[in-house]
Design a protein around this ligand. Structure first.
Ligand code: HSE
Length: 291
């Protein structure tokens, strides 16, 4: 009678693909939902402090939006959630909650809404399609959002691609990390990003990991955000010399993401470098190898 969904974390942008590229990561949240006499929440895990336990809860509200859209009434729900995805660190925790809630609610009533509709609803809630697209479809996605409809193409990540994330022990809200961005950018910077985003996506789609070092730089958001993450500028500049194919701010940060060619066996060197730079800035960071 109830449903349970497992939703991946995600990283947005991959450097140049601001609000466009997303990749699912092997770190998960689980949401269970069933009809109930009276709405009740069970939240498990360290990530749950401060999350509301009444009908202002995001998962509850998102579920109700699915029921409204489908024209059915399920006013009272029993909702359980467990998450390994750290909050407000640039790993798509809010996107995973939105996608999990949409998907679970839709399943609960026999899946009247198709995935494309769920994607539109998720993007409208999140404001951009990159994290929610990756959480909903998995893999690596390129997404376009016109303000009411989102389209995407999904590719399978190259098998030799590994992902290292360095998760600093401080939170950074997406709102704050978007406030520092300029209203307008130069044509030169726009071209810089268009070319790299295109090359990155084409390289990932055709297993050309050797091209990634030429494709992960960005001039649209990272230069403005780097003041919010001590050590980031140096990491972006030097990590390829320490074994990364490329590094980027994960979403709006503060997590930093490195792509690695598994065949090169540079894991230990790279991990040490990232940790060293962050520690020098007084930042404690958790290092995780994800797919
Ligand atoms: N593309 C978004 C950003 C992802 O960089 O602001 C963060 O939620």
């Amino acid at each position: 009678e109830g449903v349970r969904v497992k939703v991946p974390a995600s990283t947005a942008n991959l450097g140049p693909g601001f609000d466009t590229l997303g990749m699912a990561l092997s770190l998960y949240a689980w949401i269970e939902m069933k009809p109930a006499e009276k709405t009740v929440f069970h939240l498990y895990g360290d990530q749950m402090a401060g999350i509301p336990l009444d009908k202002s809860n995001l998962i509850y509200e998102v579920a109700q939006s699915v029921f409204r859209e489908a024209g059915v009434m399920v006013p009272e729900l029993e909702i359980s959630m467990y998450s390994d995805i750290p909050l407000t660190r640039g790993l798509g925790s809010s996107a995973s909650a939105i996608v999990g809630a949409l998907f679970a609610a839709n399943c609960l009533i026999g899946s009247p809404l198709d995935e494309s509709r769920l994607f539109d609803m998720a993007t409208a809630l999140e404001g951009h399609p990159d994290n929610v697209g990756a959480s909903l479809f998995g893999g690596i996605i390129t997404a376009v959002w016109d303000g009411s409809h989102a389209e995407y193409l999904r590719i399978e990540p190259p098998t030799e691609l590994d992902v290292l994330v360095a998760i600093p022990d401080f939170q950074l809200s997406t709102a704050k990390a978007r406030e520092v961005l300029p209203e307008a950018v130069s044509l030169r910077d726009a071209v810089y990003n268009v070319s790299r985003t295109s090359l990155l996506q084409a390289a990932l789609a055709s297993n050309r990991l050797d091209l990634i070092p030429f494709a992960m730089q960005d001039r649209l958001h990272q230069p403005y955000r780097s003041s919010l993450i001590p050590g980031m500028a140096r990491i972006l500049e030097e990590a390829t010399a320490h074994g990364a194919l490329g590094v980027a701010l994960s979403g709006a940060g503060p997590t930093l993401l490195a792509l690695v060619d598994r065949r090169k066996q540079t894991e230990a060197t790279l991990e040490q470098f990232l940790l060293g730079v962050l520690n020098e800035q007084g930042i404690v960071a958790e290092m995780l190898w994800l797919k």
